[in-house]
Design a protein around this ligand. Structure first.
Ligand code: FMN
Length: 219
């Protein structure tokens, strides 16, 4: 039965399209964002669901060029440390572009705040639901950015302690994402890691189980 609350077909098509065409972007062109766009992206982030409505997202807008360079250096360090663990795929990995920190129009660090322990609703057994909530906020931004024709790249190659120190963050807070946001020449048609033959995506049927975890382990 079709729901009477459904959006129109045109509206639904737009929603499914933006979900399918959202890409993690690492190549940006040098142009500022339209006035008010960053504020719209932050508004949709703040409309995301969060465990116990704790809104555990904090955004640090990075505008200082020296700080951008320092952040890029931290990512570069982590990229090399990751590469060292990849043995036979090391050189292949090092060819992948993993961030657009110095090219993007806007750079945000998204973080979990300190004092999260007082939020117990939905987190007593699963404290990491705060992280899940911030991910929802970032996905909202990602989708809205794509609809606006703007690229967003999520960078997680960094040591959170080092980045927290660099940004004068309080003890127990935790940076979880560096977001590169900006105009792009074109959006990748497929995930860049697929285009570059790093990995192949898997169809959802292989991730759906019924009633029990299957006997044969999934990797
Ligand atoms: C939590 C998270 C962390 C990520 N960290 C990085 C990163 O550090 N560098 C990078 O290039 N891409 C990063 N990505 C992007 C993924 O590589 C990308 O989402 C995936 O390859 C699928 O591509 P698509 O987003 O274009 O569909 C991250 C994505 C997520 C959700």
């Amino acid at each position: 039965m079709k729901s009477k609350h459904s959006y129109s077909n045109v509206e639904k098509d737009a929603l499914y399209r933006v979900i399918a065409e959202r890409r993690d972007m690492r190549h940006f062109v040098n142009a500022p964002l339209e006035k008010g766009l960053l504020a719209r992206l932050l508004t949709v982030a703040n409309q995301a669901p969060s465990v116990g409505l704790m809104q555990p997202w904090r955004f640090i807008r990075i505008t200082d060029q020296d700080l951008k360079i320092a952040i890029k250096e931290r990512v570069e360090t982590e990229r090399k440390l990751t590469a060292d663990l990849l043995d036979s795929r090391k050189s292949e990995f090092l060819k992948l572009k993993v961030e657009g920190i110095l090219e993007c129009a806007e750079l945000l660090v998204v973080a979990l705040p300190d004092g999260r322990e007082k939020h117990l609703f939905g987190r007593r057994t699963m404290p990491d639901m705060d992280l899940a909530s911030v991910s929802c906020a970032i996905q909202n931004m990602w989708l809205a950015a794509r609809a606006e024709g703007i690229g967003l790249g999520w960078v997680s190659l960094f040591d959170p302690k080092q980045l927290a120190t660099l940004l004068n963050m309080p003890e127990d807070s935790r940076p979880i994402a560096i977001l590169c946001i900006g105009h792009v020449e074109k959006f990748y048609e497929k995930p860049m890691l697929v285009e570059q033959n790093w990995i192949k995506p898997i169809e959802v049927e292989q991730f759906l189980f019924e009633n029990s975890w299957p006997k044969k382990n999934h990797s």
